[in-house]
Write a protein that binds this ligand. Structure first.
Ligand SMILES: [Zn+2]
Length: 216
């Protein structure tokens, strides 16, 4: 699949004991990625050290909510939703100056539970860039087999934004094998994203997101 583009994203971490090896592997392959981190995981010195290293290693860093439990579109308490964004952004501090944000997807389905109008307006007014996805190889369900699923998804589209997880599921032990195979496939790893998956760019509304937007 020469010419296929892939933007790798590592969600839900960082995880001491897992993320270090992911960073080592990426650096050995000379591949940069984006880490969408959960606020609770960086609200401690070990997590903080990991986001420092993520940035020092040349990766992009984004906000993936504070508790990773609140589906913005389904949540009646929208103040709680805004808090999920703000608490993590405060923890990121200067490391979060890109204001990248990825909503919690509850298993990856892009439907109206994912985003509320209130949060969308907030993200837009505060200059956030919202990044969605088009590949969920379900590494947490299939820690050994996910690379094959990911490669099939990459083969099926021009530019794939793959979501995998630096979590203690065992899946990251297959990362090296995945990267080797993808390189052999001729894919091009990138750190930017296809426009159709970035509905907000520095607050500017680029793509209509009615399919994932609830009226809350
Ligand atoms: Zn997530």
């Amino acid at each position: 699949m020469p010419g296929k583009k892939v933007s790798l994203t590592f969600d839900n971490g960082p995880t001491p004991g897992v993320t270090e090896a992911v960073l080592d592997t990426l650096s050995r392959h000379g591949i940069a990625a984006t880490f969408f981190v959960v606020g609770e995981n960086i609200d401690n010195p070990a997590g903080r050290a990991l986001i420092d290293r993520i940035v020092a290693d040349g990766h992009r860093l984004g906000n993936h909510t504070y508790t990773h439990t609140v589906l913005f579109g389904a949540e009646p308490d929208q103040a709680k939703v805004i808090g999920e964004i703000e608490r993590t952004q405060a923890l990121l501090g200067d490391l979060g100056s890109e204001r990248l944000f990825r909503p919690y997807g509850g298993g990856g389905h892009l439907d109206k539970r994912v985003m509320s109008r209130t949060a969308y307006e907030y993200l837009s007014a505060n200059g956030y860039t919202m990044v969605l996805w088009n590949s969920i190889p379900e590494d947490w369900l299939n820690p050994d087999g996910w690379p094959d699923t990911a490669r099939a998804q990459i083969a099926a589209q021009e530019w794939t934004v793959t979501v995998i997880h630096d979590l203690p599921t065992g899946a990251m032990e297959s990362l090296d094998r995945f990267l080797l195979a993808a390189r052999e496939d001729g894919v091009e790893f990138r750190t930017d994203f296809p426009g159709e998956l970035v509905p907000l760019v520095a607050g500017e509304r680029k793509v209509a997101i009615e399919a994932i937007l609830s009226e809350r």
